[in-house]
Design a protein around this ligand. Sequence first.
Ligand code: SER
Length: 694
Amino acid sequence: MKKLGLHEVKKEFLDFFKEKDHLIEKSFPLVPKNDKSLLLINAGMAPLKPYFTGEVEPPRRRMATCQKCVRTGDIENVGKTDRHATFFEMLGNFSFGDYFKEEAIEFAWEFMTERLEVPKDKIWVTIYEDDDESFKIWNEKIGIEDKKIVRLGKEDNFWELEVGPCGPCSEIYIDRGEKHGCGKETCKPGCECDRYVEVWNLVFSQFDKDENGNYNNLTNKNIDTGMGLERMAAVLEGADNIFEVGEIKKVISEVERTTGISYGKDKKTDESIRVVTDHIRAMTFLISDGVLPSNEGRGYVLRRLIRRAARHGKLLGIEGAFLSELSSFIIKLWSEDYPELRENEVKIKKVIKVEEEKFQETIDQGINILDAYIKETKEKGEVVLSGDKAFKLYDTYGFPLDLTREILEEKNLKVDENEFNVEMEEQRNRARKAREGVGNGAWSKDDFSHRFKSFNTTFRGYEDIKLSSEVIGIFLEDEKVSKLSEGEEGIILLNETPFYGEGGGQVGDTGTIKGDNFKALVLDTKKTKDNVIFHLVKVLSGEIEDGKEAVSQVDISRRNDIARNHSATHLLHKALKDVLGDHVNQAGSIVLPNRLRFDFTHFEAISKEDLAKIEQIVNEKILEQLEVLTIETTLEEAKKIGATALFDEKYGGKVRVIKMSDYSMELCGGTHIDNTGKIGLFKIISESGIASGV
Ligand code: SER
């Protein structure tokens, strides 16, 4: 067997598949694009899903990558064992409707035996239970004897994610010899012991699993293979486990140096050293790819990793923050393969530092209180901490449930999670009720989409602010009616309207609607998620009747004020990125006639100096009188020309790109002024955090 380290295995693999005519792509970011089914990229195939399903044409039918991956399903076990990890790299070769089983198996065999020089007799394989075709290839073509081809069921040899391309698979194992085994007669791949290590998974990807769990046949038969880089390097280096691999050992040494505690001396401290060693890699790569700590989704995964590592640092006797420094070491070791780490170094270190320091305050206070709770629980002779206590820790002191759980487990205690969840739900209800106080009657209810489904309305307000159209629906409270009389307030729908329905942060238009014998004020305009526009009106005189003609007129001076603020929002967005960094992303906004508010992701309060800089840039761009152009195009084209957008949002067929000379380019459905000079003056009134990381 060749003795190869982490970086060498990677190079060998990618070189081999390049020779086999594969396109070598660099790793995709850890944050999935346009894929709501996945929090983080957890396999080499995950970013390539659209190529497998045929939704997008691949640049070549053969591809190979070394993909950064994060899996946190087993995070509680990371540290406890020497097998679990959250961050790893996965090597993979892929065929999108090109080669299938036979070549995939032949490539794998050639790579293993000729490139890595793994002795043939050490290789075992598993196949899906009724996959006779694979059996034949391994047995007759490759020459592996019957007894070394193990048939396993769906649990082991069928590879799938929640949704998407999947299929039966064949796994390659290396026999590490009897000394690693359990000694049982029945010992073979699939056995719980450490003798046979699975190093490569060849998936024959021929189904597309949908949300309902149906396996639909894919038009193309594909190949998706995955080889855990760390695990393969461990086998080739003759290391016992992934924490003994050369490159990873360097990280362990750095943790030893920081803490003054040696690895391999004590079960408890080894566990903590492994947690820090694993999590520091995961957090460094996650932040580099744009994740920021928060209480939800991938932000929460990151927060949890930082907090868990910080706590284990404390268990190792470290006072104060240390992770930020340690991340420099990761950047140094991995930036040759991943240059983005170097580019994002300042951000990575800062985000870790801010989060770690915040956590130090939480943890000291929380641990004291939890200790008191633990004492109380034990004195009462109980083994379960009540959920309301855990909730209080969470709600009042920001102490996360998973940390409470972990600390309790170390003392052989549990927490009543059902009770915790009940408390959490009650709190949510209280918050919901508080919000419902706003607005009244039919207007404040959110079920319009369903009610107005059968209506077709067209927005003409980009071009016209006054037009004549037909009344196609009238509602009074919840009921569809045929007319609205003087003094009444209700909802009316028009086949064509110049009124902008609230959306994308921009408020709805107001104005008037008049007919031959009626006059009404438009108090507000909204749209359903299917883009049906509807107006809240108050009849001033006469009667509005269904089917009658009406002339709509938008309040132009208010509309212009809104447009000024909307265009200013785009300039602000770009200026924030310029001053704070590219990680800044829109997280909501409100555009009103008298002010705008812009929510965005960032990890700390903005300094006075930076606020002044941002304000100045926006005012400069106003004074430069940049021309504002609207381009109607496709989503694909918008992406290509580099427009800013949350591309995982659903946009219809045609999209609008708002371009302010060369300074800003954003996807946007709102209304804008035609020259930034018309904004007038831009002034920041206040800045504050509204949620963690926002
Ligand atoms: N998707 C398979 C895995 O993750 C092979 O790449 O194991």
